[in-house]
Design a protein around this ligand. Sequence first.
Ligand SMILES: Nc1ncnc2c1ncn2[C@@H]1O[C@H](COP(=O)(O)OP(=O)(O)O)[C@@H](O)[C@H]1O
Ligand SMILES: Cc1ncsc1CCOP(=O)(O)O
Ligand SMILES: [Mg+2]
Length: 262
Amino acid sequence: MQTKLLDDVRNQNPIVFNISNFVTVQDVANGINAIGASPIMSEEIDEAEAMVQMSSAVALNLGAFTTGQIAQIKRVGELANQYHKPLIIDPVAVGAVQYRLDVANQLLSDFQVDVIRGNAGEIAALAGIDWQAKGIDAGEGNQDLDLIAQSCAQKQHCVVILSGPTDVISDGQRVVHVLNGTPLFQLHVGSGDMLSSIVGAFAAVTADYFEAAQTACAVFATAGQIVAEQLAEERPGTFAVQLMDELHLVTRAEIEQKLKVE
Ligand SMILES: Nc1ncnc2c1ncn2[C@@H]1O[C@H](COP(=O)(O)OP(=O)(O)O)[C@@H](O)[C@H]1O
Ligand SMILES: Cc1ncsc1CCOP(=O)(O)O
Ligand SMILES: [Mg+2]
């Protein structure tokens, strides 16, 4: 865990190029901005090369892709590989929709991702492990989460974040658990999308994507935990607004003080 990476993101202000979805695009952009990086979004395949060239990381979100967008996602992923830019993918709801899983698996064979960030339902689907996903949410299952994360990481030769009450981060061999966070994240649609792009901001400032992944998880979850601890009631709207503030304000010292990593 390298909390110094938070200072590096804020000092370097790396550009993170996102293919996002219409549901959470503004949350994702503002979350990247709040943590100290610089977001840019595009839906135009003809500017894909310029976007990748000027960016320090690329985040692909499969939340609401159209047939036309699949071609753009493929092109952007291939360009990220070509220009050696860290590539993150968020496989939204691949555990719930076979079509999405098929598209995701095809894209994962078209280019090499560096980090996959998803909930248990999504990572289990990519790993080919039985789980009952529920739409965009994790759903239910009784398989070992460490095994699911490791299996997916081994299959895709990348780092995997299996997020949830405990974030499980694996490079296929090592496994780290970030225990911080709050159930309020489950009441804010876009929490996972925001985390995936913030992983990109951390991957932009280090070549160690295992470290980038676990530090991004720790910072994001702890920021949410700090907000939740200050709320007297379960207020999803207030949580969302104050999370944005906390991503901007949280310090290394506060993260280190609250961190629960195993
Ligand atoms: N029940 C929970 N308790 C604590 N933190 C949670 C909980 N559920 C999700 N989180 C946190 O919310 C963030 C988004 O994760 P998740 O909800 O798994 O993504 P998604 O929105 O894609 O399903 C992560 O930082 C994760 O640690
Ligand atoms: C509701 C919805 N539908 C397609 S994408 C999306 C947002 C998913 O956001 P997250 O996975 O971060 O909760
Ligand atoms: Mg999600």
